[in-house]
Design a protein. Structure first.
Ligand SMILES: [Zn+2]
Length: 291
């Protein structure tokens, strides 16, 4: 299971080189996996990149990123990309504004977006953290949000985890939308935000689930229970005796094995401590054997 998730995560990562840092956590299993890679800033705890001797910080310098624009902090905030190499964050110019890691535009802000893949009891939450301008950030938000709306609902625990993720992502989107319009070098490619989330599969599937789930709840709550025929109700209060698998009504003053206390449409509908005896019309009498 964990292997499959790890592979799925890797595929996801290799498709999008603009993602600086991706973590996977597997709930319901035993693995917490973080992904480090060639162009992923990674701390020493989760990657095989050793710190340069000149730096003795806790965090290893992230690997150089070919598409990395200058003026950007690493995911853990301890390193700064000067356009050529990672330097300690203290060496970053104080005035250097954060730049989008995809297109180099300013203003940009660090956002954390999550998506959930839920499979009954197992599930994976993947986290993407990066510095993005409004356009690239919106593109990342829409991609992650649509994914989590599609795959996040299909577990009991993860349904609620996914609710938190959805609201968390919305909060990050709100921060992105507060950024000014991106200023970038003309001709620099940026991520196309594409269609809004509500026009994508995830939203449509979520809306359908909500509609079906909500309407079946309403139907169940508003449908009156099917009444029992008078002939069945006449059994309540009678005493019964059983021989083999059959129950027959007897006079309560004589010997009896129990008393009919209620009716049910199914054998499971009777209280668990009672015996259920099927009537000719398919309903059941529930017999309290202590009476
Ligand atoms: Zn950008």
């Amino acid at each position: 299971m964990a292997q499959i998730f790890a592979l799925a995560g890797w595929r996801n990562y290799t498709e999008d080189v603009s993602q600086p840092w991706i973590a996977f956590s597997l709930e319901g299993g035993r693995v917490n996996k973080s992904q480090g890679g060639a162009d992923i800033p990674a701390s020493a705890g989760r990657a095989d990149i050793s710190p340069s001797p000149e730096y003795t910080r806790a965090s290893a310098a992230p690997a150089p990123a070919p598409i990395q624009p200058p003026g950007q902090f690493s995911a853990d905030g301890q390193w700064w990309w000067n356009g050529t190499r990672w330097v300690p964050a203290s060496a970053a110019p104080a005035s250097g504004p954060a730049a989008c890691m995809v297109c180099g535009a300013t203003p940009a802000t660090q956002v954390t977006l999550r998506s959930v893949l839920a499979l009954a009891v197992f599930g994976v939450t993947s986290t993407v953290r990066g510095v993005y301008c409004r356009d690239c950030g919106l593109a990342m938000f829409r991609q992650r949000m649509s994914a989590t709306l599609l795959t996040g609902w299909w577990g009991v625990l993860h349904f609620f985890i996914n609710l938190g993720v959805v609201f968390g992502n919305l909060g990050e989107r709100a921060r992105l939308m507060r950024l000014g319009p991106p200023m970038r070098n003309p001709g620099t490619g940026f991520l196309d935000p594409g269609r809004p989330v509500f026009l994508r599969a995830g939203f449509i599937v979520s809306a359908a689930v909500l509609l079906i789930g909500g309407s079946s709840l309403i139907i169940a709550a508003t449908t009156p229970p099917v009444p029992f025929p008078a002939a069945d109700q006449a059994y309540i209060g009678l005493c019964a005796q059983h021989s083999g698998n059959d129950w027959s009504t007897v006079d309560c003053s004589g010997a009896h094995d129990g008393k009919v206390v209620s009716l049910a449409h199914t054998a499971e509908g009777c209280p668990s401590e009672d015996s259920a005896a099927k009537l000719d019309d398919g309903n059941y009498t529930c017999i309290d054997t202590s009476k």
